[in-house]
Design a protein around this ligand. Sequence first.
Ligand code: FES
Length: 106
Amino acid sequence: MAKITYIANDGTKFEVEAENGTTVMENAIKNAVPGIEAECGGACACATCHVYVDDAWTDKVGSAEAMEEDMLDFAYEVKPTSRLSCQVKVSDDLDGLIVHVPERQA
Ligand code: FES
């Protein structure tokens, strides 16, 4: 289990208990976090699950693989901390993770 905090664009915080093995996107959808659309359902094919990983967590979360990097090209206002949340798997290591939801999706 890991506690994940999603910070919406207006500053609203959503704290969620996430099961290991699920994705950061799935937990956002399950908990109705606004701003994460996930149109492709987690297939790394839409870029509407884009989030910014909090600076304190970028090392632990790691960087995107090639397929995700390609898809991130379609995301809105990509930053060095951008990830597609359907490609980030929850584990105990990510307990306390903070992600920021972009102003809008692609
Ligand atoms: Fe479509 Fe993540 S849900 S790329």
